[in-house]
Ligand binder design. Sequence first.
Ligand code: MN
Length: 258
Amino acid sequence: MSMITDLSSAIADQRIRLIDLTTPLSSETPALVLPEPFENLLDFSLEQISAYNEPGPFWKHHNIRTGEHIGTHLDAPTHWITGRNGKDVSQLELPRLVGPAVVIDAVEQAERDADFLLDIEHVQEWEQEHGELPENGWLLLRTGWEHRSHDRAAFLNADENGPHSPGFTVRCAQWLAEERAISGVGVETVGIDAGMAATMDPPFPVHYHLLGHDKYGVTLLRNLGQLPTTGALVVVSPLPVVGGTGSPARVVALVEAD
Ligand code: MN
């Protein structure tokens, strides 16, 4: 049997399960809020043009309006100043977008400390048990943040000092960018950087280092608890918007049933 036939039948009889890691996209979907004086993107919205009525008697259709970096989305290199000469979202190669996923579980740490930052030593400790982060793979950071997604305020978790949500240290971001052959990182939060990352040096270090090294990020993932620590395959599918710095994406994982 060909590998594709075998894969198709494994999906059909659920020896391989498809897990949707995507947060549904609506005007309520939490989105990053930049502090003054920076300008924010539009939230997602639907604009109805017809609904089986005079403007379109047999059909319903909408315009969609959205920032690029809204909902579950991919950050392409050109999103950041360090990747300004790199690839836009239409230029990403599919073998970089489809690859092995590994999960680092930091749910307990993020519950204790909303500002928890994954550091190099956490990853190295994980690697001692599970092997080096896979080439063209995705490091998915599970923090439990998805459980706040019903409540925008809880999701952004801001106080007078700014938002508080987990992420990566500056040195971990640089190490992942320079020392590991991953395609990128995936997170449950609104951005690939921690809530307090505007105050780091450089600001937003995951953006700075990963996007500057032709690595990518995906955000607002959910259902990471349904993935094994290693052994899943993820398909990250941003729209190939020409010149775009990112795009909402559908992210699906293939997981072998127990
Ligand atoms: Mn983004």
